[in-house]
Design a protein around this ligand. Structure first.
Ligand SMILES: [Zn+2]
Length: 58
C-alpha cells in the first residue's frame, strides 16, 4: 500500500511516516522529538506554538 506524503505541521516537511492529531499531521521525527523534549528546552516552546495552531484554529 502506497503511503501519501503529508505536510508536517511542526517542521512543514512532507513526510509519509507520522501521526495524525485532530486531522493534523505530525511526522515521526517531530513526534519523537516532542516526546524527548524537556519542558525547560526552548524547543518545547516552539512545539507548543506549532501545536496551538491545531487547537486554536479560530
Ligand atoms: Zn515534522
Amino acid at each position: 500500500m502506497e503511503r501519501v506524503a503529508q505536510r508536517c505541521i511542526v517542521c512543514e516537511e512532507e513526510r509519509t511516516d507520522g501521526i495524525a492529531i485532530c486531522e493534523q499531521f505530525i511526522c515521526q521525527q517531530c513526534e519523537q522529538e516532542m516526546v524527548n523534549t524537556d519542558v525547560q528546552d526552548k524547543k518545547y516552546t516552539f512545539f507548543i506554538h506549532q501545536m496551538r495552531r491545531i487547537w486554536l484554529t479560530d
